[in-house]
Design a protein around this ligand. Structure first.
Ligand SMILES: [Zn+2]
Length: 371
């Protein structure tokens, strides 16, 4: 396995940011840095969301790559961005540019948490309105269960047994939806979408508003990890099947687009609310651009193990204290590795697949221009 992939995968938020800034500068990128107005890194250092625009400022065909919507997944998205930057030698046409959004949720990244400074899942925060007053009985039951904790960590056994009971009474689709869709009533729960737009949400919207005004064709990828087969890409296209946008995604990335549901234990994709990718698509379309969009996940471990990761993430936020530093450190590493495997084979596979996917995206953008 090539050791050459290793430099692209960082060990900390700061290390990744430094590498990104250095390489962006080398490529003469138009870069912007957005400082978080209130939150800091664990060592007190400022948190920033960085962008780099590579290519002519008036490019009509623009590709956007987002990393780090969910904190620990940022390492992989950032490695993909860095690897592309490192190998970039020019675009297939002159009216083409790449916008890189590096570390969409810098708080989550620096603090090794999937959520923002307000325990908000940023990828459930891009909704039109935040309905915080209605809560179904199932939401209540699921959230109470998921939050079962003790001083040593989440009560895994109790939670899993409780979930099995709910699966038997309510059916797998309903329960998986309940865990995954996003909820707006339990601020300390799992999958909380917030009660207003997060700083990261507003910042990303402002970045897209600034950069996409002139664009005619926009391709957007939001890189994630945790769904799908180990080290393999899993495409999640949220456009209506067989719409123009969907067909474009399919001709760009292939039949993988049709397999959007394969990675889910219920066999059906949850009805996610407040996705960043849909908000980004709507902004681009608002400027009159044709869009091709997907969330692309790289699979890590089985769904049940990943649920354990979500439970640990929440526990660390609300139950981590001076009395349990050792156990917290152990759980934090466990959670990080679930979303960011150290395995060289996994990392190599991710970068190889991402190179193909980005190349397909740029080729399709070039074709869109010609059509
Ligand atoms: Zn994610």
């Amino acid at each position: 396995m090539p050791d050459s992939v290793l430099p692209f995968f960082s060990r900390s938020y700061e290390e990744a940011r430094d590498k990104f800034l250095l390489l962006s500068k080398k490529h003469g990128a138009y870069s912007c840095s957005y400082k978080h107005p209130s939150a800091c890194a664990p060592n007190g250092a400022p948190l920033t969301l960085e962008t780099a625009w590579i290519g002519p400022r008036d490019a009509k065909n623009v590709m956007v790559m987002v990393s780090g919507t969910h904190g620990p997944e940022a390492y992989t998205g950032a490695a993909i961005q860095l690897n592309w930057l490192n190998g970039h030698k020019g675009f297939p046409s002159s009216s083409m540019a790449m916008l890189i959004i590096h570390g969409a949720n810098p708080y989550g990244w620096a603090h090794s948490s999937r959520t923002t400074e307000n325990n908000v899942d940023l990828n459930r925060n891009f909704v039109e309105s935040y309905a915080t007053d209605t809560c179904s009985q199932l939401t209540q039951q699921v959230q109470e269960l998921l939050c079962s904790s003790r001083s040593k960590g989440p009560r895994f056994k109790r939670i899993f047994i409780g979930l099995i009971k709910l699966l038997l009474s309510d059916g797998i689709t309903k329960v998986v939806n309940e865990i995954s869709n996003g909820q707006y009533t339990h601020a300390e729960g799992i999958g909380y979408g917030g009660d207003s737009a997060e700083w990261a949400n507003l910042t990303i919207r402002a970045i897209l508003d600034e950069h996409l005004k002139q664009a005619d064709n926009v391709t957007i990828i939001d890189w994630h990890t945790g769904i799908g087969r180990y080290g393999e890409p899993c495409f999640l296209c949220f456009d209506e099947p067989y719409s123009e946008e969907y067909q474009r995604a399919r001709s760009c990335w292939g039949a993988g687009i049709d397999k959007s549901n394969v990675g889910y234990s219920s066999g059906q994709r949850p009805d996610y609310q407040g996705l960043l990718i849909n908000a980004a698509r709507d902004i681009a379309q608002g400027f009159g651009a044709k869009t091709t969009t997907a969330v692309i996940e790289f699979g890590t471990y089985a769904n049940l193990k990943m649920l354990k990761g979500l439970l640990i993430d929440r526990w660390l936020r609300y139950h981590h204290d001076k009395e349990n530093l050792k156990i917290s450190a152990k759980l934090q590493t466990q959670m990080l590795r679930l979303f960011y495997p150290q395995d060289l084979r996994w990392r190599t596979s991710v970068l190889q697949h991402s190179e193909t996917i980005i190349s397909q995206s740029l080729t399709a953008l070039n074709t869109d221009d010609a059509s």
